[in-house]
Design a protein around this ligand. Structure first.
Ligand code: PLP
Length: 372
């Protein structure tokens, strides 16, 4: 049998990412590939940097997109900032906090873990107690929006506490950026990474990052080279530097960067505050419908992410049967539970372009039918 082109169906993506992508972003993706050192491409990259600074609310010059998914952004932060023997506190309340711990261990850092239950925010008082007990801590790391549970932590308070104890922060904003406030400069965050496929609503595979002057200084003062060549930010920066003198580091994913640029233009046109409000409004819409279906949230209201809704699967209902029904009958994807929540929870994403009235209404209708 000859091989044929792959033509996927048009799904409605309401899981934990990737999310629905605007036709404008998909159109940008299919524009002609040009050289990644072409002057016009470099001009686009400069704009992309400015747009990312806007999304992150930062003046950090060191703001760009790593040519790999969110996990690479995470790894870039850890391998560059953590030197062997550095004490690092990781606040863990889900799968991605656990992944941060792995990164500390693989960077030969000394790991201290502050645990909170799955489905709850990180408790600032617990972080403060750990810092009192370990005053020689160099770095505090936490996940702002835990995609595995739908819990939102208070990034501003956690960063303030870390600064009071003279620590740098590594913050995961993969699911928060563009969906809820992320204020890198105001909240004094140091190394912050995100992902292209969540509330920025572009294609998966890029990880926006931003580093504060203090984070850059820590990298410059390293006594040991970063063990990863590809993620060594001191090398990558020679490509992204905004001084018109770009040097080859690796071949940039040209078309994916067009798509991210377009997604960020859309975000800029809408305005960050309006985007945050839209996510909140669609969350309220969804919450109202779920209540009518007697479906309960796992996360307490004050700690809920509007863009990632984790719901208890009712007793006697089979997880896979319902998700298969939604996929086959409605072309609608919602997410399964992850880790501790596997088989016990559904995750409904309202991420970026996916946070729209018609998506929420369709999801509620489909769930109602599936649960009859
Ligand atoms: N951190 C969080 C909070 C995430 O939700 C994800 C992905 O879902 C990642 C990190 C890893 O991103 P990626 O899957 O793009 O590597």
């Amino acid at each position: 049998m000859p091989f044929q082109s792959f033509t996927p169906p048009r799904r409605i993506l309401m899981g934990p990412g990737p999310t629905d992508i605007s036709p404008r972003v998909l159109a940008a993706l299919s524009r002609p590939t040009i050289g990644h050192l072409d002057p016009l491409f470099i001009q686009m990259m400069d704009e992309l940097k400015s747009l990312l600074k806007y999304a992150f609310q930062t003046e950090n010059d060191y703001t760009m997109a790593i040519s790999a998914p969110g996990s690479a952004g995470m790894e870039a932060c850890f391998v560059n900032l953590v030197e062997p023997g550095d004490k690092v506190i990781v606040c863990r309340n889900g799968v991605f906090g656990e992944r941060m711990r792995e990164n500390v261990l693989r960077s030969n850092g000394e790991l201290i873990t502050v645990d909170d239950p799955w489905g709850r925010a990180v408790t600032p008082e617990k972080l403060e107690a750990a810092l009192k007990e370990h005053p020689d801590t160099k770095i505090v790391a936490f996940v702002h929006a835990e995609t595995s549970t739908g819990a939102m932590s208070d990034a501003e308070s956690l960063c303030r506490i870390a600064k009071q104890y003279g620590c740098l922060t590594i913050v995961d904003t993969v699911t928060s950026l563009g969906g809820i406030p992320v204020k890198v400069d105001e909240w004094q965050m140091d190394a912050v990474y995100s992902g292209s496929q969540k509330c920025l609503a572009s294609v998966p595979g890029l990880s926006p990052v931003t580093f504060s002057a203090a984070a850059i200084e820590k990298i410059k003062q390293r006594g040991t080279p970063v063990q990863s060549w590809f993620l060594d930010q001191s090398l990558v920066m020679s490509y992204w530097a905004g001084n018109g003198k770009r040097a080859y580091h690796h071949t940039a994913p040209v078309n994916s960067l067009y798509a991210l640029h377009e997604a960020l233009v859309l975000l800029h046109d809408e305005g960050l505050e309006n985007a945050w409000q839209r996510h909140r409004k669609q969350h309220d819409h969804l919450a109202q419908g779920l209540r009518a279906l007697e479906l309960d949230f796992i996360v307490p209201e004050a700690e809920r992410l509007p863009q990632l809704n984790t719901i208890h699967i009712p007793d006697g209902v089979d997880d896979l049967t319902v998700r298969s029904f939604l996929l086959n009958e409605y072309n609608l994807e919602i997410g399964a539970g992850l880790g501790d929540f596997a088989g016990r929870a559904w995750r409904i994403g309202l991420l970026g372009y996916g946070a729209r009235n018609e998506n929420v209404s369709l999801c509620l209708k489909a769930l109602e039918e599936a649960l009859q």
